[in-house]
Design a protein around this ligand. Structure first.
Ligand code: TYD
Ligand code: MG
Length: 448
């Protein structure tokens, strides 16, 4: 027994918000002109009910994780890929998603045949890339198909052990009238593919492009459907790439994998701290080293600031790799608590290497880099800082101070200026650790 009725619905192509009326601006994500008509079949089906199971009666097989043979990729996945899990890999076009997946497939061929569905490149193009990456395997099957029904029927025949969809924006279901890349298509196709993966217990990797103008629906609309969301980030001008887990049902979120794009594909970076500090200017004002933490992984990174007199009426503030509002807040603290007149200064803050840092421990580094550039006094290159800064200028303790200090010691730093609340717990390391209660004290130590 089934009946269906059709109603018109308008959907924001950027976030998936739907409305019975066309809207010029999305009330959810604020995007302009992003609404597109999605003719939606509302099917009222008879529900199939599942049987209840006692938690104690459920058996699960341990060791259902498989290594991609790329340890940085495994790390971001939480220790390898879980059978039957759906992993979304999002990122800007051209950042290296297809390259990463092709390299990972090489490692996964030991499970058996792997299916690489590409709606973007021809098998010949993929072959050229595979040769460049030195990926040779009879177990990689290429499928240049974009219809969902076609992909599923071929997958059923082949019964591959892994499936990669490159990209979800090119896949469309014949059952839906809307265009490939629309929210309705992306959701429908991802959901059907997910059912397939769960039914046969195979890992499914879905590649999704992120676009800023919202002309095609972003992977964001899929985040709640899939098990794991990894974003591939990096500045296209630099070779560094970060694979960041923003959601993971099978591991810790915020874990990262670090790569370097080379002539022959992505290379793993085992020691990112060394890489991010190589080539930094020594004894130049405005450069400060911070002991930061990404997930469970410590990273020593350089933060740069440039303070210069404003040439136009309104001072400019730019923050690359750190939160813009956080930078403004810290500038206000410097102005109010330390009397630095920054009101008529342009201020630029940048994390070197195209990295993004999103934790309060970086506050101290931002503030000391700005102060260093303003005073035109360099900070000792073998000194690092960390700590959260409160509105009254107090330096607050942060988590996992010991892990950070150990990493700093590993790459040869000598001295740390840290929150007083952390300093007490850090005795017995090779590094000279100096605690400071507030910004004033900390800057005193750094500059005199
Ligand atoms: P690609 O994987 O096609 O990006 P995406 O799938 O995310 O759109 O990567 C494209 C970029 O990577 C391209 O600018 C060239 C560069 N690249 C290298 O530098 N070295 C390589 O070995 C490969 C395969 C690509
Ligand atoms: Mg690609």
């Amino acid at each position: 027994m089934s009946r269906s009725k059709t109603r018109i619905l308008y959907q924001c192509q950027s976030c998936g918000y739907s409305s019975p009326k066309w809207l010029g601006k999305c009330p959810d994500c604020g995007e302009w002109n992003s609404f597109v008509e999605e003719e939606r079949a509302v099917k009222l089906r008879k529900q199939e009910t599942a049987a209840p199971v006692k938690l104690s009666e459920i058996t699960h097989s341990t060791g259902s994780r498989h290594s991609t043979q790329i340890s940085e990729f495994d790390r971001a996945l939480g220790g390898g890929v879980v059978l039957g899990s759906v992993v979304l890999i999002g990122g800007d076009p051209g950042i290296g998603k297809s390259t990463l997946l092709l390299q990972a497939l090489k490692g996964l061929t030991k499970l058996g045949d792997v299916l690489y569905v590409s709606g973007e490149e021809s098998p010949e193009q993929i072959k050229i890339r595979a040769e460049r990456l030195n990926v040779k395997s009879d177990n990689i099957v290429l499928l240049p198909e974009t219809s969902l029904e076609g992909i599923i029927s071929i997958a059923q025949k082949l019964s591959p052990q892994v499936i990669v969809i490159d990209s979800i924006q090119t896949v469309f279901s014949l059952e839906l009238p809307s265009a490939p890349g629309s929210v309705a298509q992306i959701r429908e196709c991802a959901t059907k593919l997910m059912f397939f993966a769960k039914k046969y217990g195979i890992p499914l990797f879905i590649i999704g492009h992120v676009t800023k103008d919202g002309s095609i629906a972003g992977p964001r609309v899929l985040e709640h459907i899939v098990d794991t969301v990894l974003y591939f980030e990096g500045d296209k001008g630099t070779p560094f790439r970060i694979l960041r887990a923003v959601k993971n049902r099978f591991g810790a979120a915020n874990e990262i994998g670090v790569f370097e794009m080379s002539e022959s594909g992505l290379k793993e970076v085992d020691n990112p701290s060394e890489l991010f500090l190589s080539g930094r200017p020594i004894n130049v004002p405005g450069s400060v080293v911070v002991a930061s933490l990404e997930g469970t992984r410590p990273m020593i990174v350089e933060i740069q600031a440039l303070v210069s007199a404003t040439s136009f009426g309104v001072p400019r503030r730019t923050a690359l790799g750190v939160d813009y509002n956080r930078v403004n807040l810290l500038i206000a603290v410097l102005d109010k608590r330390l009397g630095m007149r920054l009101g008529d200064m342009d201020i630029f803050v940048n994390v070197v290497g195209g990295l993004k840092i999103d934790e309060p421990a970086v506050d101290m580094a931002i503030i000391s880099a700005v102060a260093s550039s303003f005073k035109n006094k360099p900070v000792d290159p073998w000194t690092f800082v960390f700590g959260e800064i409160g509105l009254s200028g107090e330096l607050r303790a942060i988590s996992q101070a010991e892990t950070r200090v150990k990493e700093a010691a590993k790459i040869g730093l000598k001295k740390g200026v840290v929150p007083a609340g952390n300093a007490g717990t850090l005795k017995g390391t090779d590094i000279e650790v100096i605690g400071a209660k507030n910004v004033e004290e900390a800057l005193e130590i750094l500059f005199f």
